[in-house]
Unconditional design. Structure first.
Length: 240
């Protein structure tokens, strides 16, 4: 039987995956996933509120009908195995390589006159087939010329992913007005409710670094929407 879990690659980058129940995986486990076009390394979060299934075809059909463009593709990623020390070493190598590629990406953005697009971070998939560019921008951006320019400069395929201010804050982290790390970066899920219009929740004294209502206020009032929790910083598993 397969159960759907939410798994996290980065604080601002996560998606659903299929987990074989008989393998005994639990939240916090670092696993290798087979996505439709690449391999990825992620940490399991809480299971999704749906019963286990034997075949994921129905879920994949529903995803396809919604027509949303997904980095992981139409097929739901499947957990292959627990991550090894070699996988962890590869992840660190990819992180350093992505960091070294940042100046090149920023130069290409300026050459293509995409100053309105602000690069947040770069992420290489485990097998180095895809370079994921997480960015923020006001509205939609035509980056076709940028993709053509990058295709001639790097061997990986570039995947552009626009994120919002909350996701950017979760990725970059920082300190809130309380002096503690941001809730969204440390323990809160990014599946947050929409902004509360221009009501009392939108007053300037209640806005965080992302210019959105501070996450901590959702714990301060019984009338506020409750936010799901996650555990991105659980201790690493010991590899047998």
């Amino acid at each position: 039987m397969l159960r759907l879990y939410r798994q996290q690659i980065l604080p601002g980058l996560s998606f659903e995956c299929a987990v074989p129940e008989e393998e005994g995986y639990s939240p916090g486990t670092l696993v290798v996933l087979q996505c439709e076009r690449f391999l990825e390394l992620g940490r399991l979060q809480a299971p999704c509120p749906c019963p286990p299934v034997e075949d994921l075809s129905l879920w994949e059909q529903q995803r396809s009908q919604r027509g949303a463009r997904r980095m992981e593709g139409t097929r739901i990623p499947l957990v292959l195995r627990r991550a090894t020390e070699e996988d962890r070493r590869k992840r660190e190598e990819n992180r350093l390589l992505a960091r070294d590629m940042t100046p090149l990406v920023e130069t290409k953005l300026r050459e293509c006159h995409l100053e309105r697009l602000r690069l947040t971070t770069l992420h290489l998939t485990l097998d180095q087939k895809y370079l994921v560019c997480l960015y923020t921008a006001e509205g939609r951006v035509d980056f076709r010329s940028f993709l053509h320019s990058m295709a001639a400069a790097i061997p990986q395929r570039l995947e552009m992913r626009q994120i919002g201010p909350r996701e950017e804050a979760a990725l970059l982290g920082g300190l809130g007005i309380c002096g503690r790390p941001l809730c969204c970066h440390s323990f809160l899920s990014l599946m947050l409710p929409p902004a509360q219009g221009n009501g009392p929740w939108r007053s300037s004294s209640k806005l965080g670094l992302c210019n959105q209502t501070r996450c901590c206020l959702h714990f301060a009032s019984p009338d506020a929407p409750k936010l799901p929790l996650r555990s991105p910083h659980m201790p690493e598993e010991k590899t047998p």
